[in-house]
Design a protein around this ligand. Structure first.
Ligand SMILES: [Zn+2]
Ligand SMILES: [Zn+2]
Length: 341
């Protein structure tokens, strides 16, 4: 019997182990994928530690930014063929029949399954994907760079969309880290005028390189006043990727009347929302979780046309515990992509 190699979580308090396990056979709707690269997301670290109320069942393989080649398909698979480039994503599958699935919001399906959490993910040299849901990677792209699009990219792209800001309008991107630097590029590609806010001057310089017209240091005394002045009354939309509690009230305060702030970062704390201002200025605060299959296809299309290029560094699968350690200390710029080679 042939085997595969994967980084496996056996306990929430111990490092991952690289195990040899039997190569799984695809079920009727599944494809078996030979993984080339997988991005490492903060969610993988939370999963490996069992940080969230609903914990993954042990043992499991994390990872939801994997890309590779289909090597076998189940009997009912029509959407992809052997040799196609595909990926996995946080949304591994959904029921297809609930009110959310029926209305094109499969990301809200209560019966959804999640890669690297409730189904084994991409931290291995092979993975199974549901061929009805897996992202299809456009031909000719850099596969290592494509990996971060599958979670970081689609998450910020969808977050920008749900602000309902239009081309020519102002978008505030809060936090220019792994998500934020990609968000600036999507917003510019979508025709928005970008204000970037962060506490780190190097990150603000990166945002300007990616096309931000205005950059504001969040630690400055009058950061919100600066946003309001530079945009002639505040931003139409704001996307908060920062996990710093202060970023949320700052983004809300930077909104123009009628503006919308979309939240995609997951800090452990809550933030106070001033109801009086929210009502009088007609503000909207909206949560946004990853993206649907359609959002994914659109996000990948921007990437394939060269409009978005995530910053990443490549490490080996065997280095996953060191990578998690660095992530925990906040020492990672851009995205880490693990190579299975
Ligand atoms: Zn993720
Ligand atoms: Zn459903």
């Amino acid at each position: 019997m042939s085997t595969m190699r994967a980084a496996v979580v056996h306990s929430f308090t111990e490092p991952l182990r690289i195990d040899e396990r039997p190569l799984p056979a695809p079920g009727p709707h599944e494809a078996l994928v030979r993984v080339e690269y997988t991005g490492v997301c903060h969610t993988d670290l939370h999963a490996a530690r069992g940080d969230w109320p609903v914990k993954p069942e042990l043992p499991f393989v994390p990872g939801h930014e994997g890309v590779g080649t289909v090597v076998a398909v189940g009997e009912h698979v029509e959407r992809v063929r052997v040799g196609d480039l595909v990926g996995n994503a946080w949304l591994a599958s959904a029921c297809g029949a609930c009110e959310f699935c029926e209305s094109g919001w499969e990301t809200l399906c209560p019966a959804q399954r999640n890669s690297g959490y409730s189904v084994d993910g991409s931290f291995g040299d092979h993975m199974l994907v549901d061929a009805r849901f897996c992202p299809v990677i456009p031909a000719g792209v850099d596969l290592a760079a494509a990996a971060p699009i599958l979670c970081a990219g689609v998450t910020v792209y969808k977050g920008l969309k749900v602000t309902e800001a239009r081309p020519g309008q102002w978008m505030l991107v809060s936090g220019i880290g792994g998500l934020g630097h990609v968000a600036v590029q999507y917003a510019v590609a979508m025709g928005m005028r970008v204000v970037a806010i962060d506490v780190d001057e190097t990150k603000l310089a990166l945002a300007r390189q990616h096309g931000a017209e205005v950059t504001v240091n969040a630690d400055e005394h009058d950061a919100v006043g600066e946003i309001t002045r530079a945009t002639g009354g505040g931003v139409h939309g704001a996307l908060v990727t920062a996990v710093n509690g202060k970023a949320f009230p700052q983004a809300v305060a930077g909104l123009r009347r009628g503006g919308t702030v979309a939240l995609v970062g997951l800090p452990p704390e809550s933030f106070p929302l001033d109801i009086f201002t929210t009502v009088l200025l007609g503000l909207t605060v909206r949560g946004s979780i990853v993206g649907t299959r359609r959002d994914m296809a659109e996000a990948l299309d921007f990437f394939a046309r060269g409009l978005v290029s995530p910053t990443y560094s490549v490490r080996r699968l065997e280095e996953i515990n060191e990578v998690f350690g660095e992530m925990d200390r906040g020492g990672i710029d851009g995205r880490v992509v693990l190579s299975m080679a």
